[in-house]
Design a protein around this ligand. Sequence first.
Ligand code: CAA
Ligand code: FAD
Length: 386
Amino acid sequence: MDFRFTDEQLMIQDVARRIAQEKIAPSAEHHDRTGEFPRENIRLLGENGLMGIEVPAEYGGAGMDPVSYVLAMIEIAAGDAAHSTIVSVNNSLFCNGILKYGTEEQKQKYVRAIAEGREIGAFALTEPQSGSDATAMRCRAVRQDDGSYIVNGKKSWITSGPVAKYIVLFAMSEPDRGARGVTAFLIDTDLPGFSRGKTEPKLGIRASATCEIEFADFRVAPEDVLGKDGEGFKIAMGVLDAGRIGIASQAVGIARAAYEATLAYVKERKAFGAPIGTFQMTQAKIADMKCKLDAATLLTLRAGWAKAEADRTGGRFGNEAAIAKLFASEAAMWITHQAVQLHGGMGYSKEMPLERYFRDAKITEIYEGTSEIQRLVIARNETGLR
Ligand code: CAA
Ligand code: FAD
């Protein structure tokens, strides 16, 4: 097994690290406090190929592999988690499904603007009554004689909903068929019948704007149906397999930032006449933090590698993605918790970023499938039972 990265992978990691450290991290506190959407930074990331890392160059992206995506996402998340949420939705949830199932026209129209960072994309699956149980959706799409659809219903918790130009939407077109009755659509939010609710106030990732969206007799033209009728749930699940690698990377980035800050602090801060890092109880915490961080990083890189293999062979990588997301998100929660503790009162203060890392880490256990849902997916894959 070769643990070295290619020159291209190291290059994109370096570009992401530079932007994250020079532009994103310095404004993270401001964005967290104000909740202001970081439009300029997103544009900059787009200009550097980071809003369409795996998107081929002919559609405006960087044309890199999934391991590059993991490396870049870790760097961006270490700079600021909220930015990495926006980056993740654009890269994985928005672009991936269109690249795999879209027509040439759809790729040119929808992927390019997002991959170049000129516009923001979103992914709308969840509804007020259906999150984990995604097939219980009620948003209804009724097929017309000319092949267009009329959509009515609500989607909730939509990341970048307040600012998105384009949305990948999942709606029930044949309710009697359950998961096989879901169809995917590409939505231009400037068209009539679309509206956005208020931006949700949140515990963390506060600069990633989230809201409810609503469709009232919204007409989707036949050329904006993504994939085949009834194929929507498979598209959503396949896209989420890739998305979960992005969230695992985000968790690793947050955990690494918290770990590095803590490592510096325990060498500086003194108590009882010695650096707190000399106490065995501190050393045990540092050792456990490092083990969990490395394990999470390796599982996430393995998931990226598995996706690269699947892209080449047509195989599956959902299990590796779920394992990485489950482990990395719980590791991030644990590591940021220990990081706050090892900073004592300063860990609880807004003067330092530890409390923000702690708040930001929590979301990685919830979105793109809760930890319970990752366990369900892994156990179903392992046992073959349902
Ligand atoms: N790839 C392709 N197809 C898949 C699949 C996958 N990974 N997983 C399931 N399917 C297919 C199944 O084969 C099945 O197809 P058939 O009917 O043709 O056999 C169909 O989908 C239904 O599958 P299940 O019967 O397994 O469905 P279920 O109702 O038991 O639900 C679930 C499965 C795993 C719980 C799923 O509903 C799920 O993942 N829930 C969590 C939802 C989620 O992650 N939401 C995230 C929203 S986006 C977001 O959160 C973004 C953000 O924060 C930034
Ligand atoms: P529920 O499904 O109601 O779950 C409640 C609790 O029950 C959880 O602990 C859950 O794990 C548990 N539970 C449910 N079913 C089971 C089971 N079978 N076994 C064991 N436990 C179970 N969605 C989108 O479509 N697009 C987005 O861009 C998006 N962005 C989001 C951004 C944020 C900040 C947040 C908070 C959410 C976002 N979501 C988005 C929605 C997110 O994916 C859902 O919140 C998540 O999937 C959980 O669904 P729920 O909130 O309805 O919780």
